[in-house]
Design a protein around this ligand. Structure first.
Ligand code: FES
Ligand SMILES: [Fe+2]
Length: 397
């Protein structure tokens, strides 16, 4: 018998059996020692994705790309935000705008491919055009043949609708609901923790510093794994040889973030290759340190004295996530040809680690099909960061 989730979201139909969101969340919002993890259905049913979009992601700040995706004025890029068509555009003044990617006239999805426009974005249906800031520029023949305006029609009332957005560490965060606290207040605990890292000094590493992995897993498993230092000796023996398990510590933030750090960031670079420039003014205790923080729901930043990376997770289906990574270096010197080898080594190191992670997160996803598993248990010593995500999740869902 087909059933319907009995929850405050009427119409969320799931075939074969009844799913109650309360059951999926039972026992999650508890202390670490007593809690279990989020139930399987939140990982294996696509209907959860739209719920997550509406309850978790839209009301807060969620990452949908990086500013370097649209580096020049006139660059545009369509983005799908769990079914919502959006558009990133860099305006003439250099600002990145996030707009709803839908024509105000008859609702055509305006931009289908990333590209560059000279001045305006033109709708393919009736050729209405929009400036890069979203304002409506022209409405050909709207008043009849040869009449490009008409009485009672005010262009100012029909722009592309803007989405509240902000850039931090080059990541483009949006607040779809429009009523989240200001981003500066939201991010303040992390900004304070990392106040020694002057982000204005970092430059994107270019084409070989941008890549994506398609993961056959739910987006939450990717976040959980980024926060997990426990698996280091077994999944990353190479990394563990120079940044050991015992050098790591957990970061448990205020509510919406968690992660891990290492006190042993001693990068190994090819001999005879130039050294990557380091950030000046880093206090001694931070010199050999690296930290990796997940900003819930879907952004992760890894900071080091000579580079940082950002990862943002694009949920595509309950069991499919695109993990998009970008690498940044200090100053523009590392973009020169003589640094090619160093950039390639840094990229290869991270890709090695993330491909080791890929196998394990996909196996966790397959494990979520087992009726014998319902959220699992946590190590009180080493799983606090994962628990933090689950608790944050349960409170909002
Ligand atoms: S739908 Fe875009 S111009 Fe008509
Ligand atoms: Fe890992």
């Amino acid at each position: 018998m087909a059933n319907v989730i009995k929850d405050k979201s009427p119409g969320l139909a799931v075939s074969n059996r009844s799913i109650r969101i309360e059951t999926v969340m039972d026992g999650v919002d508890c202390s670490l020692a007593e809690a279990r993890g989020i139930g399987n259905d939140a990982y294996t049913h696509d209907s959860f994705l739209t719920l997550e979009r509406d309850r978790l992601m839209s009301p807060t700040w969620t990452c949908i790309g990086v500013g370097s995706d649209v580096p020049e004025p006139g660059d545009i890029k369509p983005v799908e935000f769990i079914g919502f068509p959006l558009l990133m555009a860099r305006a003439e003044n250099g600002e990145v705008r996030v707009l709803h990617n839908v024509c105000s006239h008859r609702g055509v999805r305006l931009v289908e491919q990333a590209g560059h426009v000279k001045r305006v974005i033109v709708c393919p249906y009736h050729s209405w055009s929009y400036n890069l800031d979203g304002t409506l520029f022209s409405t050909p023949h709207i008043g009849g043949q040869g009449k490009h305006g008409c009485e009672g029609f005010d262009k100012e009332k029909h722009p592309l609708r803007r989405v509240r957005s902000v850039i931090w560490f080059d990541m483009v965060f949006i607040n779809l609901s429009g009523d989240a606290p200001p981003f500066e207040d939201h991010i303040a605990p992390i900004a304070e923790r990392w106040k020694h890292y002057d982000t204005s000094r970092f430059h994107h590493g270019g084409a070989d510093s941008r890549w994506a992995l398609e993961l056959a897993c739910n987006w939450k498993l990717a976040v959980e794994n980024h926060n997990d230092a426990y698996h280091l000796p077994w999944v990353h023996p190479g990394l563990n040889s120079y940044s050991r398990f015992e050098d790591h510590y957990e970061i448990i933030g205020d509510d919406f973030y968690a992660g891990q750090g290492s006190n042993a960031y001693h990068p190994r670079r090819p001999e005879n290759a130039p050294q990557l420039p380091r950030l000046p003014d880093i206090p001694n205790e931070w010199q050999g340190r690296s930290e990796y923080i997940a900003i819930f729901p879907n952004a992760i930043v890894g900071i080091h004295m000579d580079h940082y990376w950002s990862v943002w997770l694009e949920p595509v289906a309950c069991n499919r996530t695109i993990e998009r990574m970008n690498l940044y270096f200090v100053g523009d010197q590392p973009l020169a040809a003589e640094f090619d080898i160093v950039r390639k080594v840094v990229t290869a190191e991270w890709l090695q680690i993330w491909s080791e992670d890929q196998e394990i997160v996909e196996r966790m996803q397959r494990g979520r099909n087992s009726p014998a598993f319902q959220g699992g248990v946590f190590s009180p010593a080493l799983d606090a960061a994962t628990h933090q995500l689950h608790r944050w999740y349960a409170r909002r869902m």
